[in-house]
Design a protein around this ligand. Structure first.
Ligand SMILES: N[C@@H](CCC(=O)N[C@@H](CS)C(=O)NCC(=O)O)C(=O)O
Length: 224
């Protein structure tokens, strides 16, 4: 399968790149500069009609929507390793948490994430409000019991951990996670995977999406 991933720094393309690294599938990357607006060029509109990222060109056919790409790649390329196959007892749970990560968790980090785009990296951990930390902690509630074992599905590590892992990584960058929380330990363990190191190696020199900012004071008391 010939794969070209159109992505950008601190975009959902990170989820797809991490999944591809974990799958060990060869792919090429085209990194777009959102600040310069090159993603709105007519040429790129032929790949993504809205001029957004990510887009994945599979054997010449463009695919959009990060969740759809993740579901497709995990099914097509992992032989059941990263996605329980239909009929597996964890299949419905897998689909549930894949959608929960993108439809329910992701919107809760949107506001502080967007705010962080306008401030220096060292100030990212301070951009979240107490109300946002509480609200983020609430949506993590149903997942909290799974964090200590290092994977969300009872049957083991899956693409859920990669999607949710990127969201918790961003949440960590913008100070939504309490320093000693199980969610923060979970995402730290995920970042220790060799696939994350490969992602860091492949990231362009100026990219900030893989940065691990230092823990700062005044983060409130969220325990998620
Ligand atoms: N639902 C889409 C959202 C795509 C999206 O909004 N991407 C952002 C980056 S994460 C983007 O390209 N923003 C710039 C723009 O759309 O102009 C997906 O999951 O792929």
């Amino acid at each position: 399968m010939d794969l070209i991933l159109y992505t950008a720094d601190r975009s959902r393309g990170l989820m797809i790149a991490w999944l591809l690294e974990e799958l060990g599938v060869p792919y090429r990357t085209r990194c777009l500069d959102l600040a310069s607006g090159e993603h709105k060029d007519l040429a790129y509109r032929a790949v993504h009609p809205l001029g957004s990222v990510p887009a994945l060109v599979i054997d010449g056919e463009p695919m959009v929507e990060s969740l759809a790409m993740a579901l497709f790649l995990a099914d097509a390329c992992s032989a059941g390793e990263l996605a329980p196959l239909p009929g597996h007892p964890d299949r419905s749970r897998y689909l549930q948490w894949m959608v929960y990560a993108t439809a329910t968790v992701e919107p809760k980090l949107a506001a502080p994430f967007v705010r962080s785009l306008g401030v220096p990296v060292e100030d990212w951990p301070e951009v979240s409000t107490d109300a946002e930390r509480r609200s983020f902690s609430e949506v993590l509630g149903p997942l909290a019991a799974s964090f200590p074992r290092g994977h969300i599905l009872p049957s083991g590590f899956s693409a859920v951990d990669l999607l949710l892992g990127v969201e918790l990584h961003w949440a960590d960058q913008v100070g939504l996670l309490a320093p000693e929380s199980p969610a923060r330990s979970y995402v730290s363990r995920l970042r220790a995977r060799p696939s994350w190191a490969r992602l860091v190696d492949r990231s362009p020199a100026l990219s900030t999406h893989v940065l691990e900012p230092p823990v700062r004071g005044g983060r409130g008391t969220s325990q998620a």
